[in-house]
Design a protein around this ligand. Structure first.
Ligand code: ZN
Length: 348
């Protein structure tokens, strides 16, 4: 009997010392574990407070608990991405990607997954796709595989939706060729998934009504978006000039670049009304012209018919812009009420 007792105690000691050398999962339940759902969980308090708490906890985690340390670092990176601190987030991720891949494939795989979210937030779909491929090479576990599969699907061309039932759009559109558009770079864009919302912008620049100015302006937007920002084409799908002409921007088969980040742009049609509708800025202010508002309403109704988008899903840029720095008043005080009114008609 006594021998059994000693043997039991011996086993316990052996187990205890074994556990101390194994890289254990989260010991502290308030810290995230190295699982994708934990890393992406919504914030219980505020992101800033959680970042503070995790930064304080990090030095107290023993060195040998490498998975726990990696989980905390990656969680901070996810929170920094949400706050729009992409540079900080990227620095943390890079730290996690380095090192010996064979010893901690899960940490590296998840680090690449977080990197993909940073690339999406930067509106770099091509880089995001590459990061996902790297994540898929490392990450295991069904939840992570599911997350990667759905993120991949969002970045992969879809079967084109059946042709719209209405044969003609009631809105006359100035096609790309007519305003002298440059050729788009498809490799720098992602295909648009079936659109389910519309976002309205203003160009935030005082604009005159003549067509020559309009075409020149649209070309300059395209140049800026492609050459300075590195996008595949002009960011908006449509623009409306002061005389109410609807101008074709980025083709609808490509996801736009107008709402703030790759996630806000998903399934989102971007319409920009030319003019500055926000008083109190350095730029000369004007009100949207009646013809512009009329065209906006026609275009929204027609897009909502063609793509089955509820009119209740028409938003201002300020409403869809990701939380954090870079908040915007777009499309300005003089256009925002009209967009809200348009939307409320859809909810009646
Ligand atoms: Zn805007």
């Amino acid at each position: 009997m006594r021998y059994w007792r000693w043997l039991g105690a011996g086993l316990l000691v052996a187990l205890f010392s074994a556990c101390r050398t194994i890289d254990l999962p989260a010991m502290d339940p308030s810290l995230p574990s190295l699982h994708v759902e934990d890393l992406l969980a919504p914030t219980a308090s505020s992101a800033t407070r959680e970042i503070d708490r995790l930064n304080k906890a990090l030095p107290r985690i023993p060195r040998h608990q490498r998975e726990q340390r990696a989980a905390v670092v990656l969680r901070i990176a996810v929170l920094q991405t949400r706050r729009g601190n992409l540079r900080d987030a990227e620095r943390l991720v890079r730290r996690s990607i380095g090192g010996h891949p064979s010893s901690r494939p899960r940490a590296i795989g998840l680090a690449w997954f977080v990197q993909h979210r940073i690339d999406m937030a930067r509106d770099r779909p091509v880089a995001a796709r590459g990061a996902l491929e790297s994540a898929a090479r490392y990450t295991f576990g069904p939840a992570a595989r599911r997350r990667i599969a759905s993120a991949r699907a969002a970045l992969t061309p879809r079967v084109v939706r059946p042709a719209p039932t209405k044969s003609t759009t009631p809105v006359a559109i100035v096609r790309r060729g007519s305003w002298g558009s440059a050729a788009a770079r498809p490799r720098a864009m992602v295909p648009m998934e079936a659109p389910d919302r519309i976002t309205v912008h203003h160009s935030a620049m005082w604009t005159s009504p003549d067509l020559v100015t309009t075409c020149k302006l649209v070309r300059s937007f395209q140049r800026y978006h492609m050459n300075q920002l590195g996008w595949g084409d002009i960011g908006y799908h449509y623009l409306i000039d002061r005389t109410g002409k609807v101008i074709e921007g980025r083709e609808l088969r490509w996801q736009g670049a107008h709402a703030g980040d790759g996630i806000a742009n998903q399934r989102n049609i971007g319409i920009c009304l030319l003019g500055n509708f926000q008083p109190g800025t350095k730029e000369r202010v004007q009100r949207p012209s009646t013809k512009q508002l009329y065209s906006l309403e026609l275009l929204v109704t027609s897009l909502s018919d063609m793509h089955g988008i509820p009119v209740a899903s028409v938003f201002t840029h300020a409403e869809v812009h990701p939380k954090g720095p870079g908040a915007t008043k777009c499309p300005g005080m003089y256009l925002t009420p009209f967009v809200r009114q348009l939307r409320s008609r859809g909810t009646q």
